[in-house]
Design a protein around this ligand. Structure first.
Ligand code: DGJ
Length: 723
């Protein structure tokens, strides 16, 4: 058991790290330590407050004040003026609670979170869980803090359960999943920021005084801020220094806060965004917050990412495809958009089969009367006229060619021009008496309603059970506006955003478990909902609608901070690129896409034989390397955000095989030859490159030389094997 309770201190530890919480003499929970492994027996939180303007609770002990102490789960309305982790409003209007430790339990393994996605264990030996029970007896509010620490992974999962024990009700206006007060010092932070077609760009800044916040108010995790931040001790970098990652397993409105105040002890919080949030708990009811996954690395960001990759790949993603190679696909979207016929699809499939593609994905436009994006979302019946037959017969045609068949859906949406809207206009999210805002001509279905969820589960299941469909792309193409649901009582409208996501998770659980052999890929205008919550249901995600090879270097590099290559859908598309107009060579487009779940997204039937032959070779190569791309340990070598290059590599668990990727993101004339130092190899093993032998130590210290002039779009995929 790697959790101890001794001398009023909880010590959570594994071989490499410690997390320590102290129960103060006043029964408050104080945060004592988080970082490399220590023996905390002789430690206690130092109390010394020299600021007379911070209130204290005990006149005889003015130094003990929650306003300056490191708090484990700070509340609002007391002496702590910093950001609270919880804010409640009681029937008498009181908005202050004070939580006191009342007990704890230490459990083997990791409990599931009801109705929410979460990291899991496969045996109790993998992790231990601490439940700390706190309560404000006067208010009748109980808050249980959960911490799971893993034996072999430097991760701690946290969430909170808030229970109303008074015999009336309580409104929870803010409930964070995690709050930590770090010791005074100089820190930087990293967040993954962007926009549609420019997702997850790495931003690094110094922590300054005041509040720095990163959030989504869009009803989805969003393109703009991924639900992740890292706090870095000054000087920490890719391979050195203390780094603390915070990732939220949630697909809705999230908020991350770093607050640095007078004492410069940054408070970091992550959880549901309190924006427009107000959750009513009747007597005996509970609210469970989403899970926050904290990763500690003593050796920089690279190690933090490898920890997230391993944890999310093996203990967040689920299902048959979790450990299987992902099929190489062709998707017709950028090849045809809405403009296709059965003949066109089959001619693409013929070329695809010839070059070794394994899966044909029919994207948007196969249902209702959908020939453009103005109509038919919600009408999930096959347009047999356009398809020249049933979906089952089309799937059979694909299967005859040796291809699996996959289908696109956008099940959370409703078009104004649809039979569903004619029948159920009230199912669209809208403010009474007002026309909802359009976005891509569509509205969002109210997933807080059970009847809407039933309809979706039934109609999608009907399509899936009537044909041999082995892959589903679950798309979602707008953000939420006009938020209101007539089905919710007036004092429950503040639950809307969260209830939508709970409804979505219920639908996803039902559909994915009813079709366990189907590979599901999530999508939201590309990577607008690329988050750990969605990965729990669907092990891969369409990384971005931007398929330009150069743009993808940045997007995939940024995405790799948290998410494994196996989760990143990456396709070769036509040039000039449809998003940015750039012309890049086929070799580069393929090499970039091979760093993910690989596929093609262009009209293969129009390509000359030489290009198809080149693609056939690419596919042969990917079949050889996809194992190491999806399950190797990833080491980032050159950062496109701070250099002109992007480079990373994957190393097999036994360190005998590696794959190095390098690309020029921005070229410059007359540059010294680039030498790339490799990482993660066995220093004593000999590796063969182009017929020559090098020790791992040579490759990691001297490096490999890119012995050619630096030209735009130059890139390399280099396999290395030990001899
Ligand atoms: C947005 C997705 O990101 C695209 O790949 C494509 O599926 C379109 N939607 C279809 O409408």
């Amino acid at each position: 058991m790697s959790i101890e309770f001794k001398n009023s201190k909880f010590h959570l530890f594994n071989n490499e790290m410690s997390y320590v919480i102290e129960v103060s003499p006043y029964n408050d929970l104080l945060h004592l330590y988080y970082g490399a492994k220590i023996t905390p027996d002789a430690l206690s939180v130092p109390c010394r407050c020299n600021n007379p303007f911070i209130p204290n609770h005990d006149e005889n002990n003015p130094s003990y004040t929650l306003g300056s102490l490191p708090c484990e789960y700070p509340t609002a309305g007391g002496a702590d003026f910093r950001s609270p982790a919880i804010e409640a409003e009681l029937p008498n209007g009181l908005r202050a609670i004070r939580l006191k430790y009342t007990g704890h339990e230490i459990l083997p393994g990791k409990p599931a979170l009801p109705g929410l996605p979460a990291v899991y264990t496969e045996s109790d030996a993998e992790a231990s869980t601490l439940k700390i029970i706190t309560e404000d007896e006067h208010a009748g509010i109980q808050v249980i803090l959960y911490y799971t620490i893993f034996e072999d992974i430097n991760a701690i999962c946290r969430h909170t359960e808030i229970k109303n024990k008074n015999n009336l009700y309580a409104y929870i206006r803010n409930a964070q999943s995690v709050s930590i007060d770090f010791p005074a010092g100089e820190y930087d932070y990293i967040h993954l920021s962007g926009a549609w077609a420019r997702e997850r760009h790495v931003e690094r800044n110094a922590v300054h005084k005041g509040i720095q916040g990163f959030e989504s108010r869009r009803g989805a995790s969003g393109h703009t801020e991924n639900p992740f931040i890292a706090l870095l001790e000054k000087g920490a970098g890719e391979d050195c220094g203390n780094v603390y990652g915070f990732s939220l397993v949630y697909s809705g409105n999230h908020r991350f806060v770093i607050e640095s105040e007078a004492f410069e002890t940054p408070r970091v919080q992550a959880g549901i965004n309190p924006f427009s949030f107000c959750y009513k708990l009747e007597e005996g009811e509970s609210l469970v917050t989403p899970e926050a996954v904290m990763v500690y690395s003593a050796s920089g960001l690279g190690e933090m990412s490898r920890t997230y990759h391993r944890l999310y790949r093996t203990r967040l993603c689920r299902g048959k495809y979790r450990d299987l190679p992902r099929p190489i696909l062709v998707n017709n979207w950028e090849g045809t958009y809405f403009n296709f016929t059965r003949e066109k699809l089959l001619s693409i499939a013929d070329s695809a089969a010839k070059i070794g593609v394994e899966l044909f994905v029919l994207d948007d436009g196969w249902f209702g009367e959908r020939d453009d994006d103005t109509t038919s979302l919600g009408d999930w019946f096959v347009n047999e006229k356009k398809l020249g037959g049933t979906i089952a017969s089309l799937a059979e045609e694909m299967n005859k060619r040796g291809l699996k068949f996959g289908l696109w859906f956008e099940p959370e949406m409703i078009s104004e021009r649809s039979r569903l809207y004619e029948k159920h206009p009230e199912w669209a999210i809208q403010i009474p008496g007002q026309k909802p805002h359009y976005s891509r001509h569509q509205f969002i279905l109210d997933y807080t309603r059970a009847d809407v969820r039933e309809y979706i589960v039934k109609t999608i299941s009907d399509v899936l059970s009537k044909a041999n469909i082995e892959y589903v792309k679950w798309d979602m193409n707008r953000n939420m506006s006009d938020v209101y649901s007539p089905q919710l009582a007036p004092d429950k409208q503040g639950e809307f955003y969260h209830r939508y996501i709970l409804g979505l998770y219920e639908v996803l659980e039902r559909i994915t478990s009813a079709f366990p052999d189907v590979l599901f890929e999530s999508c939201s205008g590309g990577g607008g909902r690329f988050d750990p919550g969605m990965l729990y249901y669907m092990p891969q995600c369409w990384t971005s609608d931007d398929t330009d090879a150069v743009e993808r270097l940045y997007i995939q590099y940024g995405t790799s901070l948290v998410y494994p290559a196996s989760s990143m859908g990456a396709h070769v598309s036509a040039v000039p690129n449809h998003q940015v107009g750039r012309i890049t060579p086929l070799s580069m487009r393929a090499a970039v896409a091979m760093n993910g779940a690989f596929g093609y997204e262009l009209d293969l039937s129009k390509l000359p034989e030489e290009e198809l032959a080149e693609m056939a070779e690419q596919i042969k190569l990917y079949k050889k390397i996809r194992g190491i791309v999806s399950s190797g340990n990833m080491y980032r070598l050159l950062d496109p955000f701070t250099s002109r290059y992007a480079s990373w590599m994957y190393v097999s668990e036994d360190k005998k095989t590696a794959l190095v990727y390098y690309a020029v993101a921005r070229s410059k004339p007359v540059q010294p030859l680039l030498r790339i130092r490799l990482k993660g190899l066995d220093p004593d093993l000999e590796y063969s490159i182009d017929g020559k032998l090098y020790t791992g130590s040579t490759l990691m210290n001297y490096g490999i030389v890119i012995n050619r002039d630096e030209h735009a779009y130059d890139n390399l995929l280099l396999e290395i094997h030990s001899v």
